[in-house]
Design a protein. Structure first.
Length: 41
């Protein structure tokens, strides 16, 4: 289960999130709750 870095498109904060499946359908931002996380490359 890899940990990926995400940036929220709403609050612009960076987060590390454990992704349990390759079919990840999204997780709300831990800071603001928005569903606008974008995976950082």
């Amino acid at each position: 289960m890899p940990i990926y870095e995400f940036k929220c498109g709403n609050c612009k904060k960076d987060h590390e999130i454990l992704v349990r499946s390759h079919n990840w359908s999204g997780t709300p931002c831990p800071a603001c709750g928005a569903n606008q996380l974008q995976k950082k490359l």
